[in-house]
Structure formats: structure tokens, C-alpha cells
Design a protein around this ligand. Structure first.
Ligand SMILES: *[C@@H]1O[C@H](CO)[C@@H](O)[C@H](O)[C@H]1NC(C)=O
Ligand SMILES: *[C@@H]1O[C@H](CO)[C@@H](O)[C@H](O)[C@H]1NC(C)=O
Ligand SMILES: *[C@@H]1O[C@H](CO)[C@@H](O)[C@H](O)[C@H]1NC(C)=O
Ligand SMILES: *[C@@H]1O[C@H](CO)[C@@H](O)[C@H](O)[C@H]1NC(C)=O
Ligand SMILES: *[C@@H]1O[C@H](CO)[C@@H](O)[C@H](O)[C@H]1NC(C)=O
Length: 354
């Protein structure tokens, strides 16, 4: 009896490892893709070709997806583009360097993925249901300055539309054979130096910034409250919405979705820096300071200890140290053994031989 129960449990779970990691998102995940667009007249890499991987990402070094893939020796297939939102039909931000809006997940990253699925040059290992994990981390630009925070969304569109866009991304991956998803929830952006009030108002935040040129023209205390409202609401919608879509609606039969509560993980780093970062620990400031008026004039905070002591690399991006922490927890989430992961499986998952 006990034996057969164990068998059922084993059948319903996934193997703890994966050999291919496919990522969608923004600068938190981009490993060089926006750079390709910039250097190639605003065009995506042609079908069958990935961008050259950069080891200096927006984290200052490797990003979480690179650490995670390296940790398990998986192929990393990254479609994330810095500056991306879920869809340019909701939030579209013009990017002068490509004379177009930043490429978005649904409108650019997904079509690029669809064009690549049959190329061995991109997917050297077969895309099996169990061994290929698709991760989506999107929302920082959608919800932030230039998006919902500054009321810059397309007229009449809402945060619910953004959530529907997230489901639509999973629909598209599912249609192309994806069965194993990880949805990373949104970070506590009100704590990012970009959105935190400045020291004068009791925070560790910036004044005007390369990413928000006239921040000081705003009541940032209110804007920090707003972005906290947006990110936490989105995370609550994900927490309730994923089981609803997976289990109640059976939207993706035979699929497994892990919600990775990266928000709580970052809060835990803030609460207990010495567990995660190197001394002397800095969870309010950031390492890489650039001029608000010229993002190529920058000074690193070498006098304040090593970069690996900082939660934030710059005013918006987690450091590579933080990303290495996110990566090891991501691997545990996929293995089904992380307190930051909540797993939902749709009927039919176990019949895939997973
Ligand atoms: C990592 O994966 C590659 C390609 O699949 C393989 O050739 C190599 O032996 C693997 N390395 C380890 C340490 O497992
Ligand atoms: C900040 O700058 C943006 C872009 O130039 C402008 O649209 C907005 O009105 C400015 N905000 C304030 C409060 O001055
Ligand atoms: C900024 O907003 C906070 C929160 O609403 C409020 O307490 C404060 O008085 C405002 N500051 C200014 C200068 O209006
Ligand atoms: C954290 O870093 C900021 C620089 O961004 C610095 O101003 C602040 O003093 C540092 N905090 C600590 C506790 O060292
Ligand atoms: C920004 O700084 C770089 C490096 O000093 C300089 O080459 C460039 O002209 C500056 N850009 C602007 C817009 O001032």
C-alpha cells in the first residue's frame, strides 16, 4: 500500500533536473539580446541563431538564468530583452538606439522562439516535456516608471491586461510543446534604489536617475507606495491565478507550473543580508553609480566593500551576487524542494512519462 502511494507520488512529480532552460523577460534575464538588436539595426537574431552570450549583464556579471543553467549544465536559450514589457500593446517605450519601442515578450520574444523551435543550432537537446523548463520573469518595466507607475500604459489598459498577457505567453509556449513552466513573481521594487525615497525622506533611494530623469519632481514616497501596491497585487493575482488557470480551468492540460516567489526571497535578503551577501552587506544602496544625465559616466562604490556585498548592482537591477542566490533557489524550485516555490500540475502531467 505504502509502496503504491510512493509510486503515484513519484509519477506525479517531475525529475529534479532539466537540460534546457528557455527564458523570457527583461533586463533581469537578458544575456545579450538587446545588444544584438542595437548592433543589428533593431533586428532580432535570424531564425536558428542566438545572440552571443554576454557575461556582463545588467547584474554587473552573470545573471540568474546563466547561474542556474551553469549549475545544472543545462543549455540556456534566452529570449529576454532588456527594457521589455509583456506586450507593447499595453506598455510601449521608445528606444532611440533601435529607433523603435523596446521589443516585448508577446510581440517579439515569443515570435523569435517560435521561429527557432526546429533548429538544432538553438536547441541542441530535444525539447522534452520534462527536461525543458520555460521561465518567465516580466513586470519591472510594465509596472514601473514609463509603464503603469507613470500612467504611461496604452489608454484604457489595466494591470489585469498585463496578467492576461502573462497567461497568453504561457499559451504560446504551450502551443509549441512547452509543458514545464516557472513563473517568477515581481520583485519588491519599492525597495529598489530607483523607487525608494531618497535619504532625506528616510530611504536609500536615488535622486534623479539614469532610469527616471526627473524623479525629484515627484513625491517619491507616494510613488514607492504605488509600486508596492502594483507589485504585491500582481503577485497575489499570480498566487491565485496560476492554480485557477492550471487546476480549475485546465488551461494547459498536461503541464506543470511552478510559481517562484522571488519577491519573498529578496525580502529575506533584505532582512538577513549576512545569510546571502558578503560583508559588509548593503541592501539599500547600490554598487554602480551613473550620472542621471549620462549613463556612461559611472563610478563603482569600491570604497564600500566588494560588489558581492550589494543586493543591488545599480538602482534597478539585482547584483550578480543576488542573482546567484536567485539561481540556486530557482534550481530548488524546479526540483520541487524550495519554500519559495509552489507547484501546480494539470491532469495529464503524469501520463507524459515525467
Ligand atoms: C554538460 O553538457 C554537455 C552538453 O550536453 C556535455 O557534453 C558535458 O559532458 C556536460 N558536462 C557535465 C559536467 O555534465
Ligand atoms: C518628467 O519627465 C517626463 C518626460 O520628459 C514628462 O513627461 C513628465 O511630465 C515629467 N514629470 C514631471 C512631474 O515633471
Ligand atoms: C508626499 O506623500 C506622502 C504620502 O502621501 C505625504 O505624507 C507627504 O506629505 C507628501 N509630501 C509632499 C511634499 O507633498
Ligand atoms: C550602501 O551604499 C550606498 C551607496 O549606494 C551608501 O550611500 C550607503 O552608505 C551604504 N550603506 C551602508 C550601510 O554601507
Ligand atoms: C557621456 O559621456 C561620455 C563619456 O564621457 C561622452 O563620450 C558622451 O559624449 C556623453 N554624452 C552626453 C550626451 O553628454
Amino acid at each position: 500500500m505504502l509502496f503504491s502511494l510512493l509510486l503515484v507520488a513519484a509519477g506525479a512529480s517531475a525529475s529534479s533536473s532539466f537540460d534546457t532552460l528557455v527564458t523570457f523577460g527583461d533586463s533581469y534575464t537578458d544575456n545579450g539580446r538587446l545588444g544584438y538588436y542595437i548592433n543589428n539595426g533593431g533586428k532580432a537574431p535570424p531564425p536558428g541563431q542566438l545572440q552571443t552570450e554576454s557575461t556582463t549583464t545588467a547584474s554587473g556579471g552573470l545573471n540568474w538564468a546563466q547561474y542556474a543553467a551553469r549549475a545544472v549544465n543545462a543549455s540556456l536559450v534566452d529570449y529576454a530583452v532588456s527594457g521589455a514589457t509583456c506586450s507593447n500593446k499595453l506598455v510601449s517605450r521608445y528606444f532611440a538606439a533601435i529607433k523603435a519601442p523596446f521589443p516585448s515578450v508577446l510581440d517579439d520574444e515569443i515570435p523569435s522562439f517560435e521561429a527557432d523551435v526546429n533548429f538544432k543550432s538553438v536547441f541542441p537537446k530535444p525539447r522534452t516535456a520534462d527536461g525543458t523548463v520555460y521561465a518567465l520573469w516580466i513586470g519591472t518595466n510594465d509596472l514601473g516608471y514609463g509603464g503603469f507607475l507613470s500612467d504611461s500604459q496604452a489608454p484604457g489598459t489595466t494591470i489585469s491586461d498585463y496578467v492576461e498577457c502573462v497567461w497568453a505567453v504561457l499559451d504560446a509556449i504551450y502551443k509549441n510543446g512547452g509543458r514545464r513552466f516557472v513563473l517568477l513573481n515581481t520583485a519588491p521594487l519599492e525597495l529598489a534604489p530607483l523607487y525608494a525615497p531618497a535619504a532625506a525622506n528616510g530611504g536609500g533611494g536615488t535622486l534623479d536617475s539614469q532610469f527616471w530623469a526627473n524623479k525629484t519632481a515627484y513625491n517619491v514616497t507616494e510613488y514607492a507606495f504605488k509600486i508596492k501596491e502594483y507589485t504585491t497585487s500582481v503577485n497575489k493575482i499570480f498566487a491565485y491565478g496560476v492554480p485557477f488557470q492550471v487546476v480549475i480551468k485546465s488551461r494547459w492540460p498536461g503541464a506543470m507550473v511552478d510559481v517562484f516567489d522571488v519577491h519573498s526571497l529578496i525580502m529575506d535578503i533584505v532582512a538577513s543580508p549576512k545569510t546571502y551577501l558578503d560583508a559588509p552587506y548593503n541592501v539599500t544602496g547600490y554598487w554602480h553609480h551613473c550620472l542621471a544625465t549620462n549613463s556612461s559616466v559611472c563610478v563603482d562604490q569600491t570604497a564600500l566593500g566588494p560588489r558581492s556585498g550589494f543586493l543591488w548592482y545599480d538602482e534597478l537591477h539585482p547584483s550578480d551576487k543576488t542573482d546567484s542566490v536567485i539561481a540556486s533557489n530557482f534550481v530548488d524550485v524546479v526540483a520541487g524542494k524550495s519554500k519559495y516555490g509552489t507547484r501546480y500540475t494539470s491532469s495529464g502531467w503524469d501520463s507524459l512519462g515525467a
